[in-house]
Design a protein around this ligand. Structure first.
Ligand SMILES: Nc1nc2c(ncn2[C@@H]2O[C@H](COP(=O)(O)OP(=O)(O)O)[C@@H](O)[C@H]2O)c(=O)[nH]1
Ligand SMILES: [Mg+2]
Length: 340
């Protein structure tokens, strides 16, 4: 059982060593722990710090591609290097190394495929009251959109089983946190949450620039994810609004018409039929989106099979032991292995 702990980094030379030093070296039930950092076009000596510390893998981009791309590239490298479990944590020492054990336990016990660390948001001194409220609200919306009960959706402290990591798909450029939960929930993956502690802030957040920007990006991300995974429900709700208003106006017209006052209300009749048509067409768009979503399911399945094929995973459903005809470790060309 191999665990790879990955850390996405953008100019983290100052705090990376502190975060790395805090990571666990042994966890019960895990045979081997390796460490990977994603250097997303850092302009300081993040990479040197990581090398000096002795991380096993460095995935490096020449320019900044954003956290979501970095995260996915990290997962990919972990899979190719034979990780059975992948933990994602932050370079600013926000999360505690000792909590990684809690994060991987449900996966080791076969109870979950994705585990999200729940921060004590209300007791975090670094968060303003507004940020706390927003994080709660965001998590509430994600819970509804994903049909899960994850209390802290934007948390970056997570563990994934190898299989879950192979299933994941991130389209958003800004953040992977919300989208992956909606995806996991809607695809019936076993996703759970464990309470964890956080450390006091060493620096300001790189992702949370302005309140307005954060809200806008989060809302768009959630709507988009919901639209992708529940298109028919989404478009039916959107279409129902003009349809019902139109229906109301139409009934109102019939009422006037019956009373012999139809002539004065032709405008509202035109408006009513336009709204009802709009609503109906939105519903039809939902049907089309639903068909497209069915195609995406097939594509996701193909992608998953391709990832398994690429990494040489064999079927492991056999109960009876067969003599090993092993051909070395899983995964061939490891990404940028530091020590090999
Ligand atoms: N790959 C990558 N990582 C980033 C980027 N921005 C931030 N990070 C990393 O994401 C983690 C969380 O960032 P942080 O600024 O602490 O945001 P917070 O979660 O709001 O505290 C840290 O490890 C950062 O180095 C980016 O553009 N690309
Ligand atoms: Mg942070």
């Amino acid at each position: 059982m191999k665990l790879i702990i990955q850390i996405p980094c953008l100019n983290e030379a100052e705090t990376l060593r502190i975060a790395l030093d805090d990571l666990p070296k042994h966890i019960e039930g895990i045979d081997e722990i390796e460490y990977l950092i994603i250097n997303d076009g850092s302009t300081d000596n993040t990479v040197q710090v990581a090398r000096d510390w002795g991380v096993n893998y460095i995935v490096s981009f020449a320019n900044n591609k954003g956290l979501a791309k970095g995260f996915v590239a990290g997962l990919d490298a972990c899979i190719r290097n034979g990780a059975d479990i992948i933990v994602n944590t932050d370079a600013d020492n926000q999360y505690r190394g000792e909590d990684i054990e809690k994060l991987v336990r449900p996966i080791l016990d076969g109870k979950a495929e994705i585990v999200i660390g729940e921060r004590p948001i209300d007791d975090t001194p670094g968060f303003s009251p507004l940020k706390k409220k927003l994080q709660h609200l965001g998590s509430f919306v994600v819970r509804k959109a994903s049909a899960t009960s994850i209390p802290d959706a934007p948390s970056g402290f997570r563990a994934f089983s190898r299989d879950a990591a192979m299933h994941l798909n991130v389209i958003n450029n800004y953040t992977y946190t919300l989208e992956t939960i909606v995806q996991a929930g809607r695809n019936q993956m076993a996703i759970t949450s464990v309470p964890i502690q956080t450390n006091p802030e060493l620096r300001k957040s790189r992702l949370f620039h302005s309140m307005g920007g954060y809200i806008k990006k989060s809302i768009l991300t959630i709507i988009r994810a919901f639209m992708m995974y529940r298109p028919l429900v989404f478009f039916t709700i959107v279409g129902l609004i003009p349809f019902l208003i139109g229906l109301f106006l139409g009934v109102r017209f019939i009422f006037f018409f019956a009373a012999g006052e139809g002539n004065g209300h032709i405008q509202s009749l035109v408006f009513a039929s336009t709204l009802m048509m709009l609503g109906f067409m939105t519903f039809m768009m939902g049907l089309q989106a639903d068909l497209i979503a069915a195609n995406r399911k097939i594509l996701e399945d193909v992608q998953y099979r391709l990832r398994r094929f690429e990494s040489g995973d064999r079927d492991n459903s056999r109960v009876k032991d067969k003599p090993e005809e092993d051909s070395g470790p899983r995964g061939g060309d490891g990404a940028e292995a530091v020590k090999s």
